[in-house]
Design a protein around this ligand. Structure first.
Ligand code: ZN
Ligand code: ZN
Length: 140
């Protein structure tokens, strides 16, 4: 995504284009992985030292609300963020807390009886267990 595309997607989601929001999105585009809010703040602050922690966190929250950024909640640890670009599921390691992307496949929707009047916008799975580094090695 270039600056133009970022501007368009911010505006089509009812958000004003600001240097800060741009910096948050640009960082998430570059970063391979799932940074915490603190890591995002550090990176944005390096580019623009005037940006405050509160502004960065507010921008992050606005971007999540607008559906441009996704927050992956990790119990007992800081939430992790990534772009809503390509749909994918997540895998969280219970040992090191690593968050990894898993290939997307459609999850069946609940039937209308259990859904009621709720409107489902998105459904993603979180697999839990041990990542490849932490999985116990199998004895030969
Ligand atoms: Zn692990
Ligand atoms: Zn992800």
């Amino acid at each position: 995504m270039q600056a133009d595309a970022i501007k368009r997607s911010l505006e089509s989601n009812g958000l004003r284009f600001t240097a800060q929001r741009y910096a948050v999105l640009a960082f998430l585009m570059e970063y391979k992985g799932h940074p915490t809010a603190a890591e995002i703040f550090k990176a944005v602050n390096r580019i623009d030292p005037r940006s405050s922690r509160a502004t960065t966190y507010n921008n992050l929250r606005d971007l999540v609300k607008a559906g441009l950024v996704r927050e992956v909640a990790v119990e007992g640890r800081a939430g992790r963020f990534d772009l809503e670009g390509v749909q994918h599921h997540h895998f969280i390691c219970d040992r090191c807390g690593n968050v990894e992307d898993m290939e997307w496949y459609d999850v069946p929707k609940p039937d209308s009886r259990s859904l009621g009047k709720r409107v489902v916008r998105d459904c993603q799975l979180i697999f839990r267990g041990f990542c490849m580094n932490c999985a116990p090695r199998r004895a030969r």
